[in-house]
Design a binder for this molecule. Structure first.
Ligand SMILES: Cc1ncc(COP(=O)(O)O)c(C=O)c1O
Length: 415
């Protein structure tokens, strides 16, 4: 089938295409999937996850780095998704994808879905004594992100081995996007480089071994942000060298997540070769395993949300398109203001006739999925698709208004 990418279909890629004017997901007609399974519905193209994982592993390998890719489980935890991910490689092999978790229940979830304790790293914040007991008993690798928490770990488990998360005071984000992990303003994450001496003193006091340097300071960044990633990694490498010089046997630098994918008109895919070469320049000389733990990059493009149009009404000059879904099940826009791009399934490359507001069925005025959004003529009963919602949407479902979670279907091949 000829590709129809145009200014109207900037999102077109393998697994999300226009076929004879209609949207297809994993090679299947999107509207037909909705009619068969009902709405609201998440539809997953698992092949996309494999493509993304292989892209990362391939780029890191080609840059000459020993590497370990992990999924940030908070982004996507559907059992079928996890079974597919598990099958990408034997435990511990370079082809496998490990797990980054951030709560005791996520440890349990990862273990229950096939990951071994040695494949799981825990990077959480503000751990209670209860949390710490769960993490330490599970035997997973812990990255600690505050001096006071390092002291807590030492008191509870003297002699153990941990990683430390550092805050490089800089972080990359998508164009126009904000930064809440590391920047000029103080954040709750990570030990500042000038406090590494204190971290070492705490570690010595409790006989802790520091074997990993961790940093997570990105948010959906694309190629234009690589100069910031470059400076971030320069600071991370400097911090790592100072720990090594102080006698820490650092075996891994975990570069966190934050890698972006196109989600707005005009966005270009992240240049993975350029990204990996930035990491190689700074971390290669350290002779460590380079870890990465993306959520968005691995999962965002793998799912599309389908919903039925239940109202079309002009209201004081604004056309509202009402859907049978809401922010309780599709919430990355509601929570993080990440824009969605609703597509009319039966006319996926149709010329827009109006700029509309797309609204959900939760009884709140700000349950809006898109505003001032160009769309072809939409009718009641139509099916609308919202692509690029495989991460931080279904996983953040709430039961607000007692609306249930949205069912999901999964395709592990492309028709
Ligand atoms: C420690 C850590 N690692 C990885 C991630 C995944 O980030 P992303 O989904 O942006 O790649 C997060 C997200 O909050 C995080 O806090």
């Amino acid at each position: 089938m000829a590709r129809t990418t145009s200014r109207l279909t900037w999102w077109d890629r393998p697994g999300l295409e226009v076929r004879a004017g209609r949207l297809s997901i994993a090679g299947r007609d999107a509207e037909s999937i909705a009619r068969e399974h009902g709405t609201p519905l998440y539809v997953h193209d698992l092949v996309r996850v494999e493509e993304q994982a292989r892209g990362l592993q391939g780029a890191l390998g080609a840059a000459g780095l020993r590497h370990r890719v992990r999924l940030a489980l908070k982004a996507q935890r559907e059992p079928t998704f996890l079974a597919f991910l598990r099958a990408l490689g034997a435990p511990g092999s370079p082809e496998s994808v490990g797990m980054d978790v951030c709560s005791p229940m996520e440890i349990r979830w990862a273990l229950d879905h096939g990951w071994g304790q040695e494949e799981i790293s825990y990077t959480g914040t503000n751990l209670s004594a209860r949390d710490l007991d769960a993490v330490l008993t599970a035997g997973v690798h812990l990255n600690v992100d505050l001096l006071t928490q390092l002291d807590r770990v030492g008191t509870r488990a003297p002699g153990s081995t941990v990683g430390i998360r550092i805050n490089p005071r800089i972080g990359a984000a998508y164009p126009g996007g904000g930064q809440t992990y590391a920047g000029d303003r103080p954040t709750k994450f990570g030990i500042y480089p000038e406090h590494l001496g204190e971290a070492l003193a705490i570690a010595r006091r409790h006989d802790l071994t520091i074997d990993t340097v961790h940093v997570h300071a990105g948010y959906l960044y694309l190629t234009d942000a690589l100069p910031i990633v470059d400076e971030t990694m320069r600071r991370v490498a400097e911090a790592t060298r100072s720990l090594v010089e102080a006698g820490c046997p650092i075996v891994e630098v975990n570069t966190g997540g934050g890698l972006g994918v196109p989600f707005r008109p005009g966005d270009e895919p992240l240049d993975l070769e350029a990204w990996a070469s930035v990491l190689a320049r700074h971390l290669g000389p350290l002779d460590v395993t380079v870890g990465t733990e993306p959520g968005e990059f691995l999962a965002k493009q793998c799912a599309v949300h389908l919903a039925e149009v239940v109202s079309v009404e002009d209201r004081d000059g604004t056309t509202f398109i009402g859907l049978d879904t809401g922010w309780n099940v599709i919430n990355e826009h509601f929570v993080y203001r990440i824009p969605y791009h609703p597509i009319l399934c039966r006319a996926a490359d149709g010329e827009p006739v109006a700029r509309v507001t797309v609204a959900g069925h939760i009884n709140e005025g700000n349950d809006l999925l898109a505003e001032d959004h160009p769309m072809p003529q939409v009718e009641e009963g139509d099916i609308v698709a919202i692509p690029n919602v495989g991460s931080y949407n279904a996983s953040m479902t709430s039961v607000h208004c007692l609306r249930p979670e949205a069912p999901a279907v999964f395709f592990s091949d492309r028709a």
